[in-house]
Design a protein around this ligand. Structure first.
Ligand code: GRF
Length: 205
């Protein structure tokens, strides 16, 4: 299966996928990353693609007259690689109507909180500020809401005394350790076994 991975930052989830595919071989894993897309330039995620010899592209909102034009451009840029699955791994833009019309049901997102708690761009910080005792990460299919699509898998991470809103990065790193493993496992299963959606359930045979 062909994967296009969308990133906005360090790309460690992308790297986990690349390492799993390199380690197991694309055949056994069931997928290969055919392209990496970003909403901004100069990020480690793009350098990771380059290091792996994978084509990449940047599609910035500010390069387009409006959001709908950006949505169309991103859809076309991804479609050019004919993906079977799109993986949003730390991609910090909401995917638009045209994108979801084209790839809906085949876009996987990973979020660093236990949805439906703490959706949005600050899930780790919001969980800490709330004072939760456990948080974690969620791998889900993208629907037309923000972090509201059907959940495929979740992983739990304990919040400890030392965790604080200021020290959010430390907790986020512990979450990312779980998240990367979960994402690699889920993407591999979807690629090898396929899936179908029944209401809020994602069924993987
Ligand atoms: C991940 O925790 C993702 O869930 C969140 O931002 C982080 C991206 O990390 N949206 P990376 O770019 O994959 O290292």
């Amino acid at each position: 299966k062909r994967l296009v991975v969308l990133v906005s930052g360090s790309g460690t989830n992308l790297q986990a996928l690349l390492d799993a595919i390199a380690g197991q071989g694309a055949e056994r894993y069931g997928a290969e990353v055919v392209a990496v897309g970003a909403d901004r330039g100069g990020i480690a995620g793009l350098r990771r693609a380059e290091g792996a010899g994978i084509p990449s592209f940047v599609c910035r909102v500010k390069d387009h007259p409006d959001r709908a034009a950006w949505d169309r451009a991103l859809t076309e840029a991804v479609a050019a690689y004919e993906p079977d699955l799109v993986v949003s791994a730390g991609f910090m833009k909401i995917l638009g109507k045209e994108f979801l019309a084209r790839f809906g049901g085949r876009v996987v997102n990973t979020h660093p909180a236990l949805l439906p708690s703490f959706p949005g761009a600050h899930g780790v910080r919001d969980a800490l500020a709330y004072g939760v005792k456990v948080t974690g990460c969620t791998v889900h299919l993208v629907d037309d809401g923000v972090d509201t699509g059907p959940i495929i898998a979740q992983g739990v991470v304990e919040v400890v005394e030392e965790d604080s809103v200021e020290g959010e990065a430390a907790l986020h790193e512990r979450i990312k350790d779980v998240e990367r493993t979960l994402l690699v496992e889920v993407v591999g299963r979807l690629a090898r076994d396929g899936h179908r959606i029944e209401g809020r359930k994602v069924l993987i045979p």
